[in-house]
Write a protein of this length. Structure first.
Length: 314
């Protein structure tokens, strides 16, 4: 998987197929970045000062259908469950960093142990004919504001007639000694729209839950996918009479590839290398990773929003 640079928007402002726009709350403070592909909205990247961790919301298919849950950003969408308010669109965080929770850190969950991922700077944004990208730097701050980790993130968005593809390149640099603890509550995640959820006893009746997750080994359903290691997992179902899927691919150079999967029938779709004792149901195992000051971890993922299922999408 290669990250392709693109021609800056200043060079191709009229014919750019991927257009990225910055929206500011003040002269110096960015609220969000908007991504359009082929003249149609694709997603917004929320990074404002009130945001507790950055997230992309909503994500759309090439046909314009929203494939992510709207709650809690919009609490009035019929048929959506109101659980897990920290599941916002697509995000990257972890539930135990030196004992602080950067995953379940919604304002409604604050207990004095919640960390925040705070924008340090927007390094560069660029639009382009075939792709566009966003480069940002974030600080992972403890509740007292002390920075534990610096995150640099590059997201590349590709123009494609029938798919939406994003490449993520994320590096976590330890400012002081930090431990990413063994917990299933992490790490690279999407919360899917209700129509893509798997049908469960607790599912709301409408819209009908039509989803099914399948991994690279051909195993399907939460019982066969959750807690298992795999190179990729695709989560597909039907939205507004269109068969659609969302695949996450784990880069082969990622730490401890292939990753474990914290993907649930209720629509959480997540890759997590850290939660080994949960996934293996073995308290003697420990997936924690400790970084000394100056050491780093690099994670790369590809997200593909595609028509059809994993077979028809290849």
């Amino acid at each position: 998987m290669k990250l392709a640079l693109c021609v800056p928007a200043l060079v191709l402002p009229l014919c750019a197929q991927v257009s990225i726009t910055q929206h500011n709350t003040t002269q110096h403070q960015a609220e969000k970045l908007s991504v359009e592909i082929a003249g149609k909205p694709f997603t917004d990247f929320y990074i404002g000062p009130e945001i507790r961790k950055p997230y992309l919301h909503p994500l759309r298919s090439a046909s314009g259908k929203i494939v992510t849950r709207m709650y809690p950003m919009d609490a009035n969408v019929p048929g959506e469950s109101k659980d897990h308010p920290h599941h916002r669109g697509l995000w990257f965080a972890h539930g135990d960093v030196n004992g602080y929770d950067f995953w379940g850190n919604d304002a409604s969950q604050d207990n004095g142990k919640k960390g925040r991922v705070v924008l340090a700077k927007i390094d560069k944004i660029a639009s382009g004919k075939s792709s566009g990208f966003i480069d940002c730097t974030f600080n992972w701050n403890a509740p007292d504001g002390k920075s534990l980790v610096t995150e640099t993130r590059k997201m590349v968005f590709y123009s494609n007639s029938d798919k939406r593809v994003i490449d993520f390149d994320i590096t976590l640099l330890a400012i002081e000694k930090v431990q990413f603890g063994d917990t299933k509550e992490g790490t690279f995640a999407i919360r899917l729209a209700p129509g893509l959820e798997e049908l469960e006893k607790r599912s709301l009746p409408q819209p009908v839950r039509t989803g099914k997750m399948v991994n690279a080994q051909g195993k399907s359903g939460e019982k066969e996918v959750w807690g298992k290691r795999s190179e990729w997992v695709d989560y597909a179902g039907t939205l507004e009479n269109e068969k659609l899927g969302v695949a996450i691919l784990d880069h082969p150079d990622n730490p401890h590839h292939p990753t474990y999967w914290h993907s649930r029938g209720y629509g959480l779709h997540a890759a997590n290398i850290f939660g080994v004792h949960d996934f293996e149901n073995d308290k003697s195992k420990n997936g924690a990773i400790t970084l000394e000051p100056g050491q780093s971890l690099r994670f790369r993922y590809r997200v593909i929003i595609h028509p059809g299922d994993y077979q028809s999408a290849g």
